[in-house]
Design a protein around this ligand. Sequence first.
Ligand SMILES: [Ca+2]
Ligand SMILES: [Ca+2]
Ligand SMILES: [Ca+2]
Length: 247
Amino acid sequence: MPQRSALAWSLLTALSLVSVRAGATPHPLFTAPYLSFPVGAMPLSVAVADVNGDAIPDAAVANSDTTVSVLLGRGDGTFAPQTVLPVSSRPSAVAFADLDADGRPDLVVARGDSVHSSVSVRRGNGDGSFGPASEFATGKYPTDIAVGDLNGDGRTDVVVPNGTYKGDNTVSVLLGNGDGTFAPHVDFAAGSQPQAVAIGDLNFDSKRDLIVADATSNSVSVLDVAARKEIVKIPVGKVPKRIICTD
Ligand SMILES: [Ca+2]
Ligand SMILES: [Ca+2]
Ligand SMILES: [Ca+2]
């Protein structure tokens, strides 16, 4: 769907899902046609946050043409024309997190090629613009990104799975320094071609766990980061691609 907005597509998919109930006739939640907003070629990932402080959600989209599109929300369901930010190689995933605790969302992008794989960070200026990119090395070919405080020090950390067929079947953890930089990545062994990752406390011990979807083993693994061990592996459907963790 190269001509379609990834955001619109994601929203449409989500609405389709929530509108279906067991035993009920599927029906759309909204009947109006969805709106489409231009982004780069072959969008792959979308993130939402208010990046200019107007209390209206904005969006970032990772595109296969080595760009990220930032779209400022207008508050009426539409977006202003995109601002295009270059990425040093094809991005696979994008997220927002306030890495330096200045109250302004920062842009976090996972990207990799045959030479370098990294998390690329642009600190938010609070007006919808972003500073220059800083690169932090990861394992090979990261495919997704999750942000959260994994070690409970109040600083946001970043996790990426390295799981394309060229990847090294690991998960890289980058502990945040609280200023937009990270300690060198620490890698955990994962299953076969880990494609997606999420952060959450699944065993209620008040410590954040890693949830990893392994594409070719058709399973989801829950990892205890502090103990560096797998808590449980759960069979799922074929070739899992994305994880969302919530209460
Ligand atoms: Ca906004
Ligand atoms: Ca920030
Ligand atoms: Ca932390």
